[in-house]
Design a binder for this molecule. Structure first.
Ligand code: NAD
Length: 478
């Protein structure tokens, strides 16, 4: 399964501003011509998308690896499998998802043909991040195709080989008058944002998310913001298997070297158990990386940090921390940083400032679960809260505290990361971690308008006489 360490194999060709504008114009024409609407067309395009990922599996994985130096298994499981199964499941679900709904209404309106239809919103834009160059762009695209929306996808310029390969493969499999990959950086994305879209689906940082939101508001464009955050973990050490918790947290943290939106960011532990938790992390580390040089061994599967900029940022965080480096702290001087445990971290520590997006695990000692909840509540709303406990009382406290539970996009008990594989549930943030959601039918829901329809039959007129002026006292009795 081992792949060579990253080296750029492809240069990314940016789309010219003129080509972006003409792509937008062509997609609008296709929408007017209702090209993306027939269910047979949507089904065929979804299956073509699945074929694109199946038939080019090896070259897509190689491009991804050359961008991010990630192990084949870490690419296949989160990036390739969900796209193929997601596209096929959407193709199979089109009739059901698009079925008009007949809501239950009051008996006296039962002859009004009350119906809710789903209609495609229109031409939509998807902007993606570099850390998951395929799922963060293509899973929303599956929703757009299923909804009948023509779509422009703008992958990140920081995963250039993946972005370039997608741009080359799309015309071979999909109808490019309806679905288009465009490439570029800030200038190109800014030009895209000047155009009118009927929905923008953005995945990336909170800083850029705010720029996207400000641009969208000019055209009153609905928006999905899938943003990053500092997702906390609470270990209820009296009521959980600490070794299992440490193993599952370290597994989630080392995925893509911590460069995941749902990475467990920092760990809150009752003070008396901090040392035991640190020992459990060390034990899990030794099991994961029994190599002579641990996780930094050339033969280990640990992913790289994106680039020197982020590498420097992370090393600087480690330099500034006032916590105690209990394990790790090494780097290979190139792009790999060892999963590192820092204990006795204070709330104002450098490691608690922003989303870490790296394999550092700060451990913050707390008094108890209520203290942990207060710390979480005092910070921006995270994408996920992870809690390790077997106690019903702790579970209840985390779901409801005096009616005000600590908010988050998702609450996960006793594991990390796994929630992303469940496409029957919505995935998305709340507050500072974004708004809107996707996966499975929720992606479809994002790109359709639910249009209510009624027909009040003329034969109903005898029952409506009381509503017309001149008003009478009898009108109140009607
Ligand atoms: P980013 O915000 O820097 O970039 C995302 C996209 O925005 C890229 O395509 C980029 O070209 C574009 N962009 C950058 N600057 C822009 C500007 N000034 N104007 C217009 N467009 C601009 O994010 P990133 O570094 O690619 O990704 C990492 C972030 O994404 C992390 O915060 C991570 O948590 C978050 N993320 C969130 C999710 C989620 O589902 N919530 C998933 C993956 C990543």
């Amino acid at each position: 399964l081992s792949l060579p360490r990253p080296k750029y194999t492809m240069a990314l060709k940016y789309t010219t501003i003129e080509d972006l504008q003409s792509a937008h114009a062509e997609l609008r024409k296709s929408f007017q011509a209702k090209k993306a609407i027939p269910l047979a067309f949507r089904r065929a395009q979804l299956l073509q998308l699945a074929r694109l990922f199946q038939e080019n599996n090896d070259s897509l994985i190689a491009a991804h690896n050359s961008d991010l130096g990630r192990h084949k298994l870490e690419i296949t499981l989160p990036e390739m499998g969900p796209i193929v199964s997601g596209a096929v499941r959407a193709a199979e679900s089109l009739e059901e998802w698009n079925k008009p709904e007949k809501p239950a209404v009051e008996e006296w309106r039962s002859s009004w043909d009350t119906t809710v239809y789903t209609t495609p919103k229109g031409v939509v834009l998807i902007i993606g991040p570099w850390n998951y160059p395929f799922v963060c762009t293509i899973l929303p695209l599956i929703g757009a195709i299923a909804a009948g929306c023509p779509c422009v996808v703008k992958p990140s310029e920081f995963s250039p080989a993946s972005a370039q390969l997608l741009a080359e493969l799309f015309p071979k499999y999909l109808d490019t008058s309806v679905y288009r990959i465009v490439n570029g950086a800030v200038e190109e994305t800014t030009a895209l944002l000047e155009l009118k879209w009927e929905h923008i689906f953005f995945t990336g940082s909170g800083r850029v998310g705010r720029i996207i939101a400000a641009a969208a508001v000019k055209h009153v464009t609905p928006l999905t913001l899938e943003l990053g955050s500092k997702s906390p973990v609470f270990i209820d050490a009296d009521n959980t298997d600490i070794e299992l918790a440490a193993k599952r947290i370290l597994w989630g943290k080392q995925q893509n070297a911590g460069q995941c939106c749902v990475s467990p960011d920092y760990v809150l532990v009752p003070r008396a158990h901090q040392d035991a938790v640190a020992e459990a992390f060390k034990k899990a580390y030794r099991k994961f990386w029994p190599h002579p040089k641990g996780a930094l061994d050339p033969s280990s599967e640990l992913s790289s940090i994106l680039n020197q900029h982020h590498y420097g940022r992370i090393m600087e965080l480690l330099r500034r921390t006032q916590g105690n480096i209990a394990h790790g702290g090494n780097a290979d001087g190139l792009k790999r940083i060892e999963p590192t445990l820092v204990t006795d971290v204070g709330l104002d520590d450098s490691l608690m400032e922003d989303e870490l997006f790296c394999p550092i695990i700060p451990v913050v000692p707390v008094d108890d679960v209520l203290d942990a909840i207060q710390i979480i509540q005092a910070r921006p709303v995270p994408l996920v809260i992870y809690v390790f406990t077997d106690s019903e009382e702790t579970k209840n406290k985390c779901t409801s505290l005096l009616g005000i539970p600590p908010n988050s996009g998702t609450l996960v008990l006793n594991d990390t990361f796994t929630q992303l594989g469940i496409h029957e549930m919505p995935f998305g943030g709340q507050g500072d971690s974004g708004y809107g959601s996707y996966l499975g039918k929720f992606s479809f829901n994002t790109f359709v308008h639910r249009r209510s329809y009624i027909n009040v039959p003329p034969s109903f007129e005898p029952f409506l006489g009381h509503r017309y002026p001149p008003f009478t006292e009898e009108g109140f009795q009607a």
